[in-house]
Design a protein around this ligand. Structure first.
Ligand SMILES: *[C@@H]1O[C@H](CO)[C@@H](O)[C@H](O)[C@H]1NC(C)=O
Ligand SMILES: *[C@@H]1O[C@H](CO)[C@@H](O)[C@H](O)[C@H]1NC(C)=O
Ligand SMILES: *[C@@H]1O[C@H](CO)[C@@H](O)[C@H](O)[C@H]1NC(C)=O
Length: 256
């Protein structure tokens, strides 16, 4: 891992302005990557890492959330995304934007109502469409992270897409959002959210390896990174051994 990092940083050093961190630390956290303007290189670095040759299954993390809920945004930005970046080789993330929304069948067409209003439905739909159209989590997760950490989630679609997937046209995403495909994708998210057992009572609703308990939820919210490292049965990846933890803060929940 380290040799790849050095190589990456040497390549990047030739063309990038200086920042206040040594090249060996540039991909150690997303904040530093951003400060040093090497986010793209770090993502390529992470996605090209050979998966650890372990027969242990990855930790499955399913996040049921809605696009404008403050607690969801906090968890996604401060816990899930950074943990996934550092431990992608042992984590399998599924993102399900829908949350506390509701759907009604109005003459054969699904109509959605969202907790934080129509703009939230729009944000959920954009994110469901990005996940479906792009398919590769290494490409779509940074876009969702970028949107959720922006001041205006829906308005940032175009600029976030421009940075992380310029080859995907905004028009393609909006056609999905406003068409039958988006409607179908959101209905699927509604069904998987409504099929949760136990049923979700708030969002973010976190499911670890197919299970939701109060204890797992609390552990994930206080430090997902520690939870994943301690839960994984195979050889621990480097970041787990370096005992770096991601700073923790309990975010509020959006009750159903
Ligand atoms: C990740 O999760 C998805 C959805 O549950 C599943 O289809 C896929 O096989 C999993 N991938 C790995 C590598 O475990
Ligand atoms: C939705 O409503 C239409 C008629 O309004 C009905 O034909 C269809 O079966 C309904 N679909 C579901 C999944 O309930
Ligand atoms: C986000 O921007 C849109 C315009 O693109 C605007 O209609 C909406 O009110 C803004 N939302 C917030 C929360 O500021």
């Amino acid at each position: 891992m380290r040799s790849y990092l050095v190589l990456l940083c040497v390549v990047a050093a030739a063309s990038q302005p200086i920042c206040n961190h040594p090249p060996s630390a540039w991909c150690s956290s997303w904040e530093i990557a951003k400060e040093c303007q090497v986010e793209k290189q770090c993502l390529e670095f992470y996605s090209n890492q050979d998966l650890k040759k372990s027969s242990e299954p990855a930790i499955q993390i399913d996040l049921y959330y809605e696009s404008l809920c403050g607690g969801c945004r906090g968890f996604l930005i401060r816990q899930l995304f950074p943990t996934w970046l550092m431990l992608a080789e042992i984590i399998n993330v599924t993102l399900v934007p829908y949350g506390n929304a509701q759907e009604t069948n109005i003459s054969g067409q699904w109509v959605f109502q969202c907790q934080h209003g129509p703009e939230e439905c729009q944000g959920n739909m954009m994110e469901a469409c990005l996940i479906h159209i792009i398919g590769d989590i290494y490409k779509y997760f940074p876009i969702l992270f970028c949107m959720e950490s922006s001041h205006n989630v829906t308005k940032s679609l175009e600029s976030c897409l421009g940075v992380y997937a310029p080859e995907v046209a905004v028009k393609t995403v909006l056609e999905c959002v406003n068409g039958d495909l988006g409607n179908k994708l959101m209905h699927q998210n509604a069904q998987s959210t409504e099929g949760l057992n136990p049923p979700h009572q708030y969002v973010p609703w976190i499911v670890i390896d197919g299970m939701h308990t109060d204890e797992l939820q609390a552990q994930a919210q206080s430090s997902l990174f520690n939870l994943v490292c301690s839960r994984y049965k195979g050889p621990k990846p480097d970041p787990c051994l370096n005992s770096e933890t991601i700073p923790l803060k309990r975010d509020f929940l959006c009750l159903n």
